[in-house]
Design a protein around this ligand. Structure first.
Ligand code: SF4
Length: 508
């Protein structure tokens, strides 16, 4: 491509300006972006960062963060999603811009509750840790200067003078090692954690911190800044929520998942009602297994359960006729007679299939939606057992499903750390006897599909891959965000309609 000298100048100026805007591949995200972006870009940046943070979460509980496998997998994801992955790359303006903007979008979406804030903070911290530790020493210095954390390096003379004190006060540092490593003088306020853990030498109000511990200080600083920023953002949320374009987008980001859209089913009608009992044991995630068992035992499910389970069944392939037969057979074995079922419940099932009311073809709920919204109350069985069950009850349930004690311990540990979807992945591994499920779980229907794939020895693989071509960004029919520039979102509409459905479920 040929440029005139004027164009070349314009081009160079643009490149220069861009480098100035993002002088480092890494940042503390102190300044929000001010440029205008389209809603489509807004959505795609946010979804990509969410994908990245999910991978960060997954890797964080599967591998030690300093291992090569952790780093290799993370860098592969960063490259795939076009986020900065090479600290020295000069031409990654677009990646840095995406990193900056997407962080702020998710900050808006994930400041809305304590649970969301905690999750976001944890993943952003892990991502930052990895990137910071990948910087060369000179880039680290440059970055520290940029974020006003430049610490004074201890000169060779002073280091030699203090070598014995530094060696005895810094765990793991022999005299030789002290001589080899750079040490920095850090104000006590910045080194509280190291000071408390007795990991540094203190003199005249300064901690003498070895280079390898600097990341602790930087991370603490980042954590404090980000958690304050999240709290502040939460306070300004009411004004953001009044923006009718942003509100539905943000709501769905925090409830969103990044995976195939299960509203379009290619296997509709391929499952018979007789298969459901066996499938519920082999291939249903715990949330759906629990709902199915309750339905069989008590011949009834309350509203939340019927919505969650009914849409899941629709997602695995039950036709409307099958759904009507399935629910009716079960309900009339309880306290509901056929007439009452036809009048009270059949309408809502047809509604789920888009045959009544506004004729929306409802999408099965994602894990995030189940975990984050409409928690179960007394007498309810919907929700996510990893999130909503008492740990002791969860333990008993897992024992009754013959999960080995070591597996139960691992699951409960993940639950304790609030990694509910990872706990569910562990449950999948244990019930399918595999070491690594090889996918990131985001949706109960994904659990079912992957289970069927595995149990059928991969016979369904090709078909499923074809099915999963309708990824969220491509198929924004309902669960994901509407990327069109029109202010209304199909999601928002769908949600409003789902909420409106309550009217049809007056009988619990
Ligand atoms: Fe169901 Fe998802 Fe919870 Fe698993 S993590 S039990 S699939 S909601």
């Amino acid at each position: 491509m040929q440029f005139s000298s004027r164009e070349r100048l314009k081009h160079a100026r643009l490149a220069g300006d861009r480098r100035e805007q993002y002088p480092h591949s890494l940042q503390f995200y102190l300044e929000p972006p001010t440029e205008s972006i389209s809603l489509a870009e807004f959505e795609s940046f946010a979804v990509d960062r969410l994908k990245l943070l999910k991978v960060v979460e997954n890797l964080g509980v599967s591998y030690v963060r300093t291992t090569d496998i952790y780093k290799t997998k993370l860098v592969a994801e960063l490259r795939k999603l076009k986020f900065p992955y090479k600290a020295l790359a000069e031409d990654d303006y677009e990646a840095r811009r995406k990193d900056h903007i997407s962080h702020f979008i998710l900050r808006l979406a994930y400041c809305q509750s304590e649970d969301l804030r905690r999750w976001f903070l944890q993943q952003e911290m892990d991502l930052f840790r990895y990137r910071f530790n990948e910087l060369t020493e000179s880039l680290m210095q440059k970055f520290l200067g940029h974020v006003n954390l430049s610490f004074e390096a201890v000169g060779e003379d002073l280091k030699n003078e203090l070598v014995n004190e530094l060696s005895s006060s810094t765990p793991g540092f022999t005299v030789t090692k002290v001589k080899e490593q750079m040490f920095y003088k850090v104000g006590l306020a910045d080194a509280v954690d190291l000071f408390r853990a007795r990991r540094v030498f203190i003199k005249d109000g300064f901690a003498y911190v070895p280079f390898k511990e600097i990341d602790v200080i930087v991370l603490n600083n980042y954590r404090t800044k980000l958690s304050k920023a999240l709290a502040l953002t939460a306070r300004s949320l009411p004004s953001i929520q009044s923006d009718e374009r942003l509100q539905p987008l943000l709501k769905h980001l925090s409830h969103s998942y990044v995976g195939p859209d299960y509203s379009v089913q290619k296997n509709t009608g391929k499952i018979s009602l007789e298969q459901i009992d066996a499938l519920s044991v082999k291939s249903f995630p715990l949330c759906m297994r629990q709902l199915h068992r309750t339905l069989r035992d008590s011949h009834h499910l309350r509203h939340g359960g019927r919505m969650q389970y009914g849409l899941f069944l629709k997602g695995i392939g039950l036709t409307l006729e099958q759904a009507l037969e399935f629910w009716k057979k079960e309900f009339i074995r309880g306290k509901v007679d056929a007439d009452k079922f036809d009048k009270g419940y059949a309408y809502s099932i047809r509604h789920n299939y888009g045959k009544e009311g506004k004729r929306t073809d409802y999408t099965p709920y994602s894990c995030m939606k189940i975990i984050m919204s409409n928690p179960p109350g007394q007498g309810d069985y919907h929700g996510c057992p990893f999130r909503h069950s008492d740990p002791e009850l969860l333990k008993q349930k897992l024992q009754s499903y013959k999960i080995p004690p070591s597996g139960i311990t691992q699951i409960l540990e993940l639950v304790k750390g609030m990694h509910y979807q990872l706990a569910c992945q562990k449950y999948f591994e244990l019930t399918h006897d595999v070491d690594d499920i090889g996918f990131s779980l985001n949706h109960p229907n994904q659990y079912f599909t992957e289970s069927q794939k595995l149990l059928s020895g991969g016979r369904e693989l090709k078909k499923e891959l074809n099915n999963s071509g309708n990824f969220q960004q491509k198929n924004n029919s309902q669960e994901s965000i509407n990327s069109s520039s029109t202010p209304t979102s199909s999601n928002a509409t769908a949600d409003t309609e789902l909420e409106g459905l309550d009217a049809y479920f007056t009988e619990d």
